[in-house]
Write a protein of this length. Sequence first.
Lengths: 261, 260
Amino acid sequence: MDVTADANPRFDLSSALSLVKSIYSLVIVLVLWEAVAQLGLIHYYFLPPLSDIIMRFVELTLNGQMLYNAYLTLMRAMVGLAIASVFGVLVGVLSAQNDLVDWFFDPIIKIGYPVPIISLIPVFMLWFGIGDISKIIMVAVGTFWPVAINARDSTRQVETKLLWSAKMMGTSDRRLLWRVVMPAAMPGILTGFQIAMPLSLIITFVFEMVAGGGGLGALEIAGVRSFESTQVYAAIIAIMLIGIALDRLLRMARGRLLHWT
Amino acid sequence: MDGRVSISELEKVYGEGAERTKAIEDLTFEVDGGEFASVVGPSGCGKSTLLYLIAGFLDVTSGTISVDGNPIQGPGTDRGVVFQNYALFPWRTVFENVTYGLEEDGVPKEERQSIAQQYIDMVDLSGFEDKYPKELSGGMKQRVALARTLAYEPKILLMDEPFGALDQPLRESLQDQLLDIWGDLEKTVVFITHDVEEAVYLSERVMIMTRHPGTKKTVSEINLDRSGSREEIVTSDAFADYKNTVWKSLHEETQTEVTL
């Protein structure tokens, strides 16, 4: 009894301490920021105090602007990413399984992957306009590559002996894909999603900055144009929070799906 | 008894043109139904290739391999392989690994579970049903692999240096476990190893293969009295004699390797 009563608070204390330690540097930077801004060492327009930015963030959230723009950004990024995920996994897995598909897609992937996709924004504006569709297609095209490449490589790397094991136990070639290849390649496929996710936010955000049409990128650039730098930073905080939340979500999903690794 | 493996004038060539290498040449060998036969040979002699050919994972270049008179066509559930590196499905628990073959065979769930449990108990893994392969030691993984292969009841067990990665005491205990299972289940076993003592201890016959290209060099019949304990068997004069015979034959091959 005594042992457990003693052990519990000690455990809590140490975990609280380690949490503080892990964000120690961050706290210092934020405090410095607030101090430098409050003392007027940097002009308000360049760097407003953190507290003002938070106030603006709360204000934008309460009047609905922040949520609406966040919704637009998130929707564009996620729909695009979903499309890329379906096609990327399909093309990647088929390339690894079929020489003809690989022959067709390998050069395209080799050329397509290194292209800085953002440089194509003007082309997309020409072709598809500046609306949701144009942004969604750009996200889909931009995030297709990491998804496809990771799906292809992890499918290729499935151990031959796992396939043999399944075959000797009666798995037909047709069923091999679902019974062995996909589960064995799942860690690599999920890695592709994890790489593509932040990319989808970057592409959406930049497209919104360039072309408008709402969203957090447009909110930020509007802040610059109206000399409201608190809004600029509030939009950055919002996209950061979304990025962190999505990353956590994907990590959790990975932990759930891949508890066997 | 069923489970006779007949290998006739087998040849296996890898690659083409300049990269063409002959792995196995003119190999004829027969393993009776229910027999325990080992194959030993210097490394690179094609003994694993031979096993994968029997399993149907690789195609023969010429010659035939038959099971009970029927030429094999690819992998089949009449043969079960136990790999050196286990090749367990990492996303499946011990229990799910063992039920895999039964699922593929369409065995109803309840029956599947009772059969799987029976084989898990046989290899002394009760209590580990819900563990994943990564949570197991090498010896335990190999027992899961054995149970997984036994569960769908192949007539022929093909074992590719299954205990090669394990330390000596563990290897010995698994060897004895395998002999017990073999005695109970009446399977044909083709056992690949580079360990002469292991081959002599386990087998009724040992085939020694030549080095590159691999073919049958000699076959030693092992007529040991196996009624005693391991200690009695391995310290007997007969055991030493068999071991020496096999070792000498194998040693000639490894000598060739050195002079090359």
